[in-house]
Design a protein around this ligand. Structure first.
Ligand code: BES
Ligand code: ZN
Length: 423
């Protein structure tokens, strides 16, 4: 019983576990997160008293925050409950995790897309969403690493992207609560650990989530001269088809984004690149169920005062549905960083780009924006021309002819971004 209360009132329990190890200071620069220490404290308490199992208990309540304009357009049956809290813009509701499926379906019926919501483990975390997100500090973006970028761009390859999409989409699914969803995260941790060979500046660590078993994965490339400044590059590793343990290859949504992240790392390692600032490559758990994985990670970075200078979200990169090559999502992102990314494409590639609005927090960049960081999402197509197979059993690599020509462009953009921002 104590364990269940602990997960329902995670803030209280985390607080007491953290104070038990009072001398601990989180060291994000080594890919170590305070939650790992907390987890260790919980596990050692469990082995001492035999009270806590290592596996999280099924969670009974989730707190969902939504824009009130979206709530108004939804089927009232879903909201036969009063909001727990609200202001002019946002309302917070309590849901059983099982109700989230009908919420997602109801959203799809109303909008032909999900309006987007944030799901939280604790009420305390959900209440934070009532605050307007802080604006990231303004900064100068310069482009002056021509020879280095050119040398590295020549090393980017399509074949490793194909291989990574193929492997990730071969799991039955990567759903955040399924056994294969956990396996996929473990596989990626092993795969990325290979990049750490002969590179003491590179480390790989899981980011464990209190409410579900699938782990986010963090590869840290420690900066040489300004390691406290951090650039985040990554995308979500989970996927979904009809919610639950159904076949869901998720080749485009979002094995493609994880594979592009993988190819950016591979290229930088092959080229012997050592960034001045720290780069953290992150594959997020549990995006498809309310940005929960990135929500936890971005909130932990914010709480730990990690100086994130920019976040590049890679979500859906391999389906060329529209005329131009890359489209930047213009809402819930940083206009200044989006403009910088456009200039990177103009300077280093022949790719043509545009932009569009999702109209809601459609992916993990929104978690970083909410925590006051400059985030961007370069996307594969216009919103209404995106891959029609996503969230279905047919989201397969076959749909792009077994190729990754489109995703290749995103890997080149990511390499240029890493070099010019982490200098
Ligand atoms: N990759 C999608 C986001 C997306 C889809 C952006 C199509 C642009 C066009 C992402 O994995 C996703 O499915 N997001 C959810 C919202 C989330 C808050 C649960 C969505 O858009 O339905
Ligand atoms: Zn999706």
């Amino acid at each position: 019983m104590r364990m269940i209360n602990c997960f329902l009132a995670a803030a209280v329990c985390l607080g007491s576990a953290a104070s038990a190890g009072a001398s601990y200071t989180p060291d994000f620069d080594n890919g170590v997160d305070v939650r790992l220490a907390i987890q260790a404290a919980i596990e050692s308490a469990a082995s001492a008293g035999g009270l806590l199992p290592a596996v999280p208990a099924p969670q009974r309540t989730v707190w969902v925050s939504m824009e009130k304009s979206d709530v108004g357009a939804l089927d009232g049956a879903l909201f036969k409950r009063a909001p727990v809290a609200q202001n002019k813009r946002v309302a917070i509701y309590e849901f059983e995790p099982a109700d989230l499926d009908s919420l997602a379906d109801g959203m799809y019926r109303a909008f032909r897309r999900d309006p987007g919501y944030f799901a939280h483990d604790t009420l305390e975390a959900a209440l934070e969403d009532l605050k307007a997100p802080p604006a990231p500090p303004s900064r100068a973006y310069t482009i002056d690493q021509g020879p280095r970028v050119a040398q590295l761009l020549a090393l980017v390859k399509e074949e490793p992207i194909v291989a990574a999409i193929s492997r990730l989409s071969s799991f039955k699914n990567r759903y955040y609560t399924s056994a294969t969803g956990v396996d996929a995260s473990k596989w990626l941790q092993q795969e990325w650990a290979r990049f750490a060979a002969n590179r003491p500046d590179i480390s790989v660590a899981p980011f464990k989530h209190a409410a579900f078993a699938q782990e986010s994965v963090i590869l840290t490339m420690r900066g040489t001269t300004e390691p406290e400044k951090v650039i985040v590059i990554g995308g979500h590793l989970d996927c979904v088809a009809g919610y639950g343990d159904n076949p869901a290859p998720g080749a485009d949504d979002n094995a493609s984004g994880v594979a592009v992240t993988h190819e950016i790392i591979r290229t930088l390692v092959e080229g012997g690149f050592r960034p001045a600032k720290t780069i953290k490559f992150i594959a997020f758990a549990a995006e498809e169920v309310g940005l929960r994985g990135s929500g936890d990670v971005a909130a932990a970075f914010n709480k730990g005062n990690v100086a994130v200078e920019g976040m590049l979200n890679l979500d859906m990169a391999n389906y060329k549905g529209s005329a131009l090559d890359i489209y930047f999502v213009s809402d819930n992102t940083s206009a200044a960083q989006n403009a910088f990314l456009g200039r990177l494409l103009d300077t280093y590639t022949e790719y043509k780009w545009g932009s569009f609005k999702c109209g809601y927090g459609c992916s993990d960049h929104a978690s970083w924006t909410k925590n006051g960081y400059a985030a961007s999402l370069p996307f594969e197509s216009l919103f209404n021309e995106h891959n029609p197979f996503i969230h279905k059993a047919t989201d397969l690599l076959l749909q792009t002819g077994g190729r990754a020509e489109h995703a290749f462009k995103f890997a080149r953009l990511g390499v240029a971004y890493a070099v010019e921002l982490a200098k």
